[in-house]
Structure formats: C-alpha cells, structure tokens
Design a protein around this ligand. Structure first.
Ligand code: AMP
Ligand code: MG
Length: 407
C-alpha cells in the first residue's frame, strides 16, 4: 500500500503532455495554449474615448470656472466605428461617443454630464487634466509583448483577450481520448427497472459528466459483466481507442475481480494497486507505453473521489496545464471526528463562512463508501491526516474544494 501523496506524484510523473494542434478561437475554451501569445499590434490599437462627451485640448479650457465657463464651438461629432480621423481646431470641441477615435490634437474628453451645449457652443465649467477619459494606444500591450505564455488555460476572458488580439486560431494541446469500462453483473442502466439483486449503474454517468466538465467527451463508455473474457475484450478495445482507460469495479480481491488480471494479460505495467486512502483503497494505476490506465474502485463515491484526486490532475497535465488548479483552504472543524490511524481520509463535507468570514467545515451525514448522498451534498473534501485518530471540534483542517460546485 502506498501513500496518497506518492500515488499522485507517480501518476503525474508518468503523465506526458499530448501533441498539439490548431483550434478555431470559437472552439478553444477549455483547451490549454501550446504557444506563447504575442500582441501583433498595439493594444488598444488607437487612442479613443472611454466616455460620451466632448473631445478638447485641455489647454483650451484651462481657465474654465463655474462662475465663468469657457465656450468652445462644436466642430463636429465622431461615433464608435467612424473611420474618419477628425482634426480638432484650436478653441473648438468635438462631440464624441464611447469607443470613438480621439480626434487629432485632442488630448482629453469632458463627460457629457459636465457640459451644456447651446446654439452650437459647448460650455465648460472646470478645467480637465490631459489624458482624462482617454484610452491610450498601446497602454495595455505594445506590439511584440507576450500576453499569455504556453500552458495557460483558455477561460472565457482568455478567449476574450485572444479576440482582442485578433487570433483566428490558436495552437493548443490535444484533449485526451478517454474510455470508460464499467464492470459489475449487478448493474443496470440508470432509469431501468430492477430485478432482485440488481442496482443502477452510477459510475457511467458520474464519470462521463466529470469528463464533460473538463470538456472531454469519452470515446467509449461500456458496461460489462464480471466475466474475464468480457472484461478483457472491453479493456482491449478501450486501450486501442484511447490515451486513458478508466475502469470501475472488479479491482479488489474478490473472486470475480478480474480487472487486474486483464491488465496484466494486456501487458499494462502496474505502478501501484492500493493506496492508504479512504475512500479509494483498491485503486490501480498502470501504464502501457504512454497510455494511462486507472482501475478505480466500483463504489460510486470511491470512484468519483478517486477520479477527482488522481485522474483529474492527470487529465489536466495531459492537456498541457502546468499549474496546479486545485482550490484548497483551511477551515475550522465544527465537531469532533475520529478514525483509525493508517489511511488519509477525505471526508465529504460542507464549508461555509461564519459572520467573521472564518471558514467552517462540517462533515455531511453518512461517510461509508457506498453513501452517494453525502457526496452529492458536499462542496468539499476535508483531509483527516493518515496517522491522526482524533480531531477535536475547533481544529483547523485543510479542505479540498470540489470542482462541480463552481460552474
Ligand atoms: P466492486 O469494486 O466491483 O467490488 O464494487 C464495490 C461496490 O460498488 C459493490 O457494492 C458494487 O455493487 C458497487 N458498484 C460497483 N460499480 C458500480 C456502479 N457502476 N454503479 C453503482 N454501484 C457500483
Ligand atoms: Mg464488482
């Protein structure tokens, strides 16, 4: 049995980044950049106004007072998208609308709210600083600047920035092809009527939706009976079609647990099989060439938690993500907790803020590995260290925020 930390670092050590390809900007969300993104022009591209108002030379209204306003002739108007470049005459103002190009020789924009216009003349009641309400060309990036480096996740605002920069396509890491093999004689598809002894399959949908959260569509989801031949042909097909094979169930020591035998026969190299972890003790990881093979436990809670803790980091690294993206906090436990020493436990829990903005964490009811509702109600996993047996109420513990609460 290996420690959880060793298991994670072994998985990541053996996870390679996938090859890269180009995607259209419109489809790029959720991919990771495989190239540095350079500004190929100044950002912003031209001086413009950030308000509706009057473009002026600050110098022309330097003497303006509310008791003696300065009057300037309104020379014209310029709208966002106008391609004409107006030239501001001395002692004149140009009416201007948010986003419009700043006229030549104008150096500030007075907000409309502060100006009264009558008979083609605008009255200014106070001076303005040069540059006020002006978005300067190149203020954000000059031509040639590195805006994002390779390894950046394309989020909606990153996509927005790529739109600003005029990239029609970007080079990204390929998404992994992932196959799911769900084992168990007792399993029937979700929504089915059950005969005695049967249960509904949870893992197909919970793991598929975990993959979809990472913008990965599984290449294969197959449910098989606990027959060695059936498990073998499913896993063989899965290996052929994918970069990552994930099985659930049949990986423990029961007489019908064929998954490890099948992995061995298909020449998957075992890296580890059991982890000092709860939930998720029977947890297989192996490699075949560069393909990753995860044999997750069948219990739906263990399968989903193991996916979150071991598989998701690997899927993120395969897709080129360089930085750790796990959100962790420290929180104060609201009640006593006990366990046996020997395994690191991830307790399903809810964290909240108290009135002093301190984080509090409370386990959800029912921590046995088959109790799905306690995971469904949780927003975090609380770490109960391996060798600890007792955590008194008020202890400060680490919490691992679950990703599916943030959408
Ligand atoms: P196993 O790891 O195959 O020994 O399964 C452990 C427990 O999880 C058993 O009670 C199984 O019935 C249950 N189980 C396994 N796979 C699934 C699944 N896909 N959906 C729901 N329960 C499952
Ligand atoms: Mg089973």
């Amino acid at each position: 049995m290996i420690d959880f930390e060793t298991a994670v670092s072994e998985v990541l050590r053996l996870t390679y980044m996938l090859p890269t390809h180009a995607v259209h900007l419109a489809n790029s969300r959720g991919y990771v950049l495989a190239e540095d993104i350079i500004a190929r022009e100044s950002i912003p591209l031209f001086d413009s106004t950030s308000v509706d108002g009057y473009a002026v030379r600050a110098d022309d209204i330097i003497t303006a007072l509310s008791s003696s306003p300065v009057h300037l002739m309104v020379q014209g108007a310029v709208q966002a998208g106008d391609s004409r470049v107006l030239h501001l005459k001395r002692n004149h103002a140009i009416k201007i609308f948010t986003g419009a190009q700043l006229p030549l020789d104008a150096d500030a924009v007075v907000m409309k709210e502060y100006v009264s216009e009558e008979n083609g003349k605008a009255a200014f009641h106070e001076p303005i600083r040069m540059g006020e309400n002006v978005r300067k060309r190149g203020a954000e990036f000059s031509n040639g600047a590195i805006v994002f480096s390779a390894g950046t996740l394309i989020t909606p605002p990153v996509m927005g920035m790529l739109s600003v920069l005029g990239y029609p396509k970007v080079q990204v890491y390929r998404k992994p092809k992932v196959a799911l093999v769900i084992t168990g004689n007792e399993l029937r598809p979700p929504g089915s009527r059950l005969k005695r002894g049967q249960i509904r399959d949870v893992n197909s949908l919970s793991l598929t939706s975990m993959l979809r959260m990472l913008a990965i569509e599984p290449t294969l989801v197959v449910s098989v009976r606990d027959l060695k031949s059936a498990v073998s042909s499913a896993i063989r097909a899965a290996l052929k079609k994918s970069d990552v094979v994930i099985s659930t169930g049949g990986v423990s020591v029961g007489e019908y647990d064929f998954v490890r035998d099948v992995f061995a026969e298909l020449r998957v190299k075992t890296i580890f099989w059991r982890i000092a972890l709860k939930p998720g003790k029977p947890n297989y990881f192996g490699i075949k060439g560069r393909k990753l093979v995860f044999g997750l436990p069948g219990n739906p809670v263990s399968a989903l938690v193991s996916f979150e803790l071991l598989v998701r980091p690997a899927l993120l690294k395969l897709q080129g993500l360089k930085t750790e993206n796990q959100v962790s906090f420290r929180a104060r436990l609201t009640r006593d907790l006990r366990k046996k020493a020997g395994r690191l436990e991830f307790i399903r829990a809810v964290f909240t803020k108290n009135s002093g903005s301190e984080l509090l964490v409370t386990p959800t009811p029912g921590q046995d590995s088959h109790i799905m509702s306690s995971l469904a109600r949780a927003n975090c996993l609380m770490l109960f260290p391996k060798d600890a047996e007792f955590l008194p109420k008020g202890s400060v513990v680490e919490i691992h925020v679950l990703p599916w609460q943030q959408w």
